[in-house]
Design a protein around this ligand. Structure first.
Ligand SMILES: NC(=O)c1ccc[n+]([C@@H]2O[C@H](COP(=O)([O-])OP(=O)(O)OC[C@H]3O[C@@H](n4cnc5c(N)ncnc54)[C@H](OP(=O)(O)O)[C@@H]3O)[C@@H](O)[C@H]2O)c1
Length: 310
């Protein structure tokens, strides 16, 4: 099969489009004919991209952890998926990804693809959708009427988070570049703050929750905008307990987990027209290097997707 692989720890320049062996199925796995795979621009900097779960080097690696495609066959112990099922899902970060014609995926991590989406759109959902869902609902426990501040709102995760928070009935304040203002209002943001001209901590106070997808200085400046007993969830930095205690808030630094049930719930919202994935651009598999380079250059709106089957 054709695959995108890297043998050298580094950036997009290390990626090669080449022949590779078809992945072998382990217990509980399904072999997916990949129709589309989405990338996270920063994934080549993650340790998990280069090692197995025990820290052992697993190069050459295949990137891209989000897939939409068709089940080709399943391991003998898999009962709940069958050849021909159309699926989407988030792959395990410590295994080869989906930038290939075939991917071996834990069957339990796959869910039926939302019917209203094509494969390119469906591939844009799992990682960002699950991250936003888990941050807002499992960790921040967002409720109707809460006020939430979402940093990086026009990005892959942020664009789902704005839609989920609006659907839940929260008041949504978003930070993003000025040019995303109308786009974010259209997704359900009640207020958009241009991060290049407004210091959000001077414009917002007493929010119930902050979802930080940016990290660094943005994360540091976020503690003071929470109300007492509010909650800060970051996906892009550390949220130390002593700092949370100092501000009288709860905090969590989270890593998204594959979750079939949540993908099914998100799929229902998509098929009902409540939520839509945002695709920033589409590249062919052979142009994966350019896809990563564009992602790392920043200023994208939503996800970058590799189309594997035309
Ligand atoms: N922990 C986890 O489970 C998990 C899961 C998914 C992603 N992540 C990480 O979370 C981060 C975001 O992921 P993503 O896929 O959403 O990235 P993305 O699609 O690149 O989006 C990032 C967004 O942040 C915006 N931004 C940059 N600086 C900002 C600032 N100072 N204030 C407000 N917005 C700012 C960018 O807007 P402009 O383009 O206008 O600058 C862009 O829209 C990445 O570091 C990724 O690795 C972690």
């Amino acid at each position: 099969m054709k695959a995108v692989r890297s043998r050298t720890r580094g950036g997009p320049e290390t990626l090669r489009y080449e022949d590779a062996p078809e992945p072998r199925l382990g217990e509980g796995d399904a072999l997916v004919r990949v129709h589309a795979a989405a990338i996270t621009p920063t994934e080549l900097t993650w340790n998990s991209t280069w090692t197995d779960v025990h820290g052992k080097d697993r190069r050459p690696i295949v990137p891209s952890f989000e897939v939409s495609g068709k089940v080709e066959r399943v391991a003998p112990d898999v009962r709940d998926l069958a050849e021909g099922d159309t699926v989407y899902g988030l792959l395990n970060f410590w295994r080869d990804g989906a930038a290939a014609e075939y991917a071996a995926v834990r069957a339990a991590d796959l869910a039926p693809k939302p019917r209203s989406l094509d494969h390119v759109q469906a591939a844009a959902v799992p990682l960002s959708g699950l991250t936003a869902w888990q941050a807002l609902f499992d960790h921040a426990r967002l409720s109707r009427g809460d006020r939430v501040l979402i940093h990086g709102a026009a990005g892959g995760v942020g664009s789902f988070a704005v839609q989920f928070a609006h659907w839940r009935g929260a008041e949504v304040i978003a930070t993003a570049s000025k040019r995303h203002d109308e786009f974010l209002t259209g997704l359900g943001a009640d207020k958009v703050l241009d991060y290049s001209s407004v210091r959000f901590e001077e414009a917002v106070r007493d929010v119930d929750a902050v979802l930080d997808t940016v990290g660094g200085d943005t994360l540091e400046r976020s503690w003071g905008v929470l109300r007492e007993h509010g909650v800060l969830v970051t996906i892009a930095g550390d949220a130390p307990e002593d700092k949370a205690a100092k501000y009288g808030v709860r905090a969590a630094s989270i890593l998204v987990q594959p979750n079939r049930d949540q993908l099914i719930q998100i799929g229902r919202l998509v098929d009902a027209g409540t939520i839509r994935p945002i695709v920033a651009s589409v590249f062919s598999l052979s142009n994966a290097r350019e896809a990563f380079a564009q992602g790392l250059a920043g200023h994208n709106r939503g996800k970058i997707v590799l189309r594997v089957v035309a």
